[in-house]
Every structure is written in structure tokens, then in C-alpha cells.
Design a protein around this ligand. Sequence first.
Ligand code: AMP
Length: 358
Amino acid sequence: MSIGPGSTIGIIGGGQLGRMLAMAAAQLGCKCHIYAPDEAPPAAEVSARFTRGAWDDAEALGRFAREVDVATFEFENIPAAALRAVEAETLLHPPIQALQTAQDRLSEKAFVLELGGRPAPFGAVDDERSLEAALETIGTPAILKTRRFGYDGKGQVRIGAREEAAEALAAIKGAPAVLEGFVRFDAEFSILLCRGADGETILWDSPRNEHEGGILARSTVPAGDLLAEQIAEAAALARKVAEALDYVGLLTLEFFATADGPVFNEMAPRVHNSGHWTIEGALTSQFENHIRAICGLPLGATGLVVPRVEMRNLIGEDVDRWRDILADPSAHLHLYGKGEGRPGRKMGHVTRLLGVGD
Ligand code: AMP
């Protein structure tokens, strides 16, 4: 069964990812209905309907689900119970199991390890004793990360020496955590994969990603010849992950490229910041193919439309440069309608198509 033009797509979560999904859905003649707890989320601004509701309001979630033809999510920290309330009433993609796996850094690493992937050395940390034990085997430098609710470098502390252990645990307020060995990487990259309801799986060119302060700053495509082999190995793992989860929609896996090959960092069961370049830079964007996949429609081609593409995030007051960005004819400006540019807040992004007449 496929869901076509005129249908209503429910999007759980109302951030910029939901906003760009809604815009892609509109292009296909679909309407979107956003469910989020926020007062005026960026996605609601461009969607036909918006339900403001709490994650634990099963009744509101059920009502929302009955009003849509298919539902998806754009935010990783949604309680699984909220998605179960939606799934009880309508079709939901990607699967809840994918979200649950990705929500917990420990289960995510164990899952990928089982499929033959290689995460950085890691150990579970619940208290001082288990942190000591993990430091004993992993050594320093290491990174202590909360198992849940971390994003954009939040919920992470670097441990340079054993003496810093207690301080690091206090910094994450003793939350359940994982200790990860510090990876000496040459570059970071991500695999962007989309799997259709019939199992057809497509990939885009992998972007090379550069972070600043734990937040993605820049993605460039192609990632370069040096990464090609690593990308092929990482892509094979991503395909296995998608198959094991019977995944439908856009799936992202992030990797470190190291001298010993690709090291898995984390996965996101959703469209991803490192795929924003696909809006103008690829024949079909990650957003459009996600909508096509969850609707059971054929997927679009993913090839590059120009030799090189660069995406930069506009974080905090970077957004004030919007006028200068518009003066650059190769730049495509995207603003998320978030109002004030607070430090660390993703306000928009700019994509430049390169290699043609420049
Ligand atoms: P994460 O939220 O886990 O993706 O971490 C954000 C960024 O911090 C990554 O993209 C890396 O740049 C850096 N980082 C995270 N974990 C490690 C690690 N184990 N070794 C080195 N750098 C890391």
C-alpha cells in the first residue's frame, strides 16, 4: 500500500528537521501535521496542522495518530512510550526499535558490535567504581558520555588523567554513562542511507564532517579519495544495521576515519544535519527520500548535481551574516525561523554548489 499526494503525514517533533521534512512533503502534494510540546516549533510554521502536546499525553498522541496516514519522528529523545501510543493507531516509520537502540549509547554500541562494526573501546559507567574499572582498561585520554539525552557535544566530558574521574562524574551528575576511548581520527564522515518499504536501499555520497565544540560546523562532499575505502566498509555496516532493524526511512551512521579503518561513533534513526547538503547538492534530498520511503513510494536518485558541495551550519550569531550570504550567488541560505541566535543554537545553514564555473 502506498500513501500518495493529498495524504497527511504526521511528524513527531517540531525542529528544523521536521521543518525541512514538511517542505519536502509539500512538494509531493502531502500535508503535514506536527506533534511537539513546544509553543511555536519551527516545523509548525510550514505545516498544515500543529498539535501542542506532551510526550506523556497518550490521549493527545492517539488523536494525532488517528488524523494522519503515516507518522514519523525527527527528534531522538522522544520516549518510546509516546511512539507506541502513535503506532497503536497508525503506520509508523522508522521502527521504534531503531529509536530505542540509538537512544542509549551502550545498546547502540553493543548492537553495532554484534553486526561486525567497530566502536571505540567502551565500558559501562554507573558510579565511581565502574568508572575506575573502565579507566583501567581503556586508559586516558577518554570521554565520559551520558548513555541518554546527549546531543551536539552535550552530556560529554573529556578525561585527560585518572585524577579527573570524580570531577567528570560530577559534571554529568552521576547519570548512567559510557566511557569511550579517545579516538585519534584523521577525519569524520557519515553514511546517509535510505531504505524503502520494499527493502530497496540507497546511499548518498558520504560527507566529510568537521565539528567545532562538539557541534557539526561543516560537511563537504565528496569526502576525498583518502576516505573512499573507509566509506565502503562503513556503508556495508550501515546496510547491515538497516536490514537488521527492518528499517524504513533515512538512517545516519557517523564514523571516525582512522589509520586502522572506520570506527563507529553513533547512529541516528532520522534525517541528519550532515545530509542538509542533499537539498540542493543531490538529485533527491534526504528529506524527500525519507518522505517517499515512509509513504511506500519509489525512491529518487541520489547522485551529486555538481562536482563539489559544501554545507556550513549557522550557529548562534553566525545567522546575522544572512545578508552577506545572500550576496554570494553560489550560496543557498536556509533559516529555521527560530528568532534569537543564542550561542550553540542551530539557526540555519548555507549550502554552496561548487566546481561549476567557479
Ligand atoms: P558525539 O555527540 O558522540 O557525536 O560527539 C560529538 C563530537 O565529539 C564527535 O563528532 C567528535 O568530533 C568528538 N568525539 C566524540 N567522541 C569521541 C571519541 N571517542 N574520540 C574522539 N573524539 C570524539
